[in-house]
Design a binder for this molecule. Structure first.
Ligand SMILES: Nc1ncnc2c1ncn2[C@@H]1O[C@H](COP(=O)(O)OP(=O)(O)OP(=O)(O)O)[C@@H](O)[C@H]1O
Ligand SMILES: [Mg+2]
Length: 374
């Protein structure tokens, strides 16, 4: 059997563990055409959850049309429009039909056709010549609105925080004014840069203020990992005990991507080598080693006080950072230096505050512990 574990892209099907509660909640919002703000730390599984819920919708023949738009790397309104236009392909299996519906819905713009070099399928995009982007956005929204008159629609804008960086005046406001009218469409706005995305929806001076149901995505619980891992390994005739899986999950602090990363490498090992704490350490070290260059680069971008503050967090398990002895142990002169460094580290999403301060990326934490000889 092919290795079922994957960690560099979204996962669905048997590589997707549980999330039953999240799937049913998301489906409830989709059915009710309630907009959703799906957010989490990096690599917790937002894109996978969206793809999986889309699969369920199609498998159950729910008669809801699905459209996924990846906004990562878009830097302008024009890019946003182009990507969303390309997404229209997902609404029709037949290109002629798509072209007919799109042509019927537009009034003021011309279309360009091109071939997608990756998939060989035909792509439809608006011609930006001689027409203002505002007009094209309006026409695009009109196409979506027309579709939604016949079918319920769910449209996921993944990495939606990119929109906050566009420099066009009033884009968020214009987009919001169209979306507001689409009562038969559920929009899923998804993103990982929490300060950016939550600011877009939680600040009362922003266009998207309170316009979507907040949907924070957490890690996956240990009790859900156990049967999922056992079942996949049983296909390779390997019996993993619940205790062993618990140990792995704990080691990677329930982080979905790192657990898959570990299991991928573990699966590749000869079965006869079995399972032992040494093997767990061996695989773990290989993972830390693989990412060490990336972590070295990150470390070098930090100021000396930020570095000291990270050490302070590790030494004190994230609490009592301001007491005199703690400060002295990392040669930090004042608490205000710590306050400033904590704020920068949180902005960079290197640390999070959850009662105490925690280093967000478990592999970075392990790399730090090694590098700082803690
Ligand atoms: N339900 C799941 N079951 C098992 N593994 C998962 C699950 N969801 C995500 N993962 C693991 O996490 C990795 C990242 O998933 P995904 O790309 O969906 O996360 P994301 O939150 O969209 O990430 P990003 O912040 O980069 O956009 C996947 O490659 C997979 O290894
Ligand atoms: Mg993603």
């Amino acid at each position: 059997m092919q290795n079922p574990f994957a960690y560099s892209n979204y996962v669905t099907g048997e590589s997707f563990c549980n999330r039953k509660k999240e799937l049913s909640e998301l489906l409830k919002y989709i059915k009710g055409s309630q907009n959703v703000l799906l957010y989490s730390h990096r690599r917790y599984g937002k894109s996978s959850l969206i793809r999986q819920v889309f699969r369920e919708i199609q498998k159950k023949n729910l008669n809801i049309y699905v459209m996924y738009v990846e906004l990562y790397g878009t830097i302008s309104e024009k890019d946003f429009i182009t990507r969303t236009f390309q997404g229209l392909n997902q609404l029709e299996s037949n290109f002629e039909k798509l072209l007919k519906s799109v042509s019927k819905a537009i009034k003021n713009i011309k279309l360009n056709l091109s071939i997608d070099s990756a998939t060989g399928s035909t792509l439809v995009a608006p011609s930006f010549e001689a027409v203002n982007e505002k007009v094209i956005l309006e026409e695009l929204m009109n196409i979506l609105s027309k579709y939604s008159q016949k079918h319920k629609l769910v449209i996921a804008f993944d990495e939606f925080q990119e929109v906050a960086n566009y420099t066009e005046d009033g884009f968020e406001k214009r987009l919001r004014s169209f979306i507001q009218q689409h009562s038969n469409i559920c929009y899923i706005f998804s993103g990982s840069q929490q300060h950016l995305i939550t600011e877009m929806f939680n600040s009362n001076n922003r266009a998207f203020y309170k316009s979507a149901e907040s949907f924070p995505l957490d890690k996956i619980e240990t009790k859900h990992y156990i049967p999922w891992v056992q079942n996949l390994f049983s296909k390779q005739k390997v019996n993993l005990s619940a205790d062993a899986i618990e140990e792995i999950v704990k080691k990677f602090e329930n982080h979905p991507m790192y657990i898959q990363n570990f299991l991928f490498h573990f699966w590749e090992r000869p079965v006869k080598k079995g399972f032992s704490p040494e093997i767990i350490n061996e695989v773990e070290n290989a993972i830390i080693e693989k990412r060490s260059l990336e972590h070295t680069v990150l470390w070098e971008t930090l100021s000396i006080n930020q570095k000291k503050t990270l050490k302070l967090i590790l030494l004190n398990n994230g609490s009592n950072l301001f007491n005199a002895d703690s400060l002295k142990s990392v040669s930090l002169k004042t608490g205000s230096l710590v306050t400033k460094a904590l704020s920068s580290l949180m902005k960079k999403e290197i640390i999070v505050k959850n009662g105490r301060y925690l280093i967000q990326d478990v592999i970075f934490k392990k790399w730090l512990q090694k590098t700082l000889s803690l």
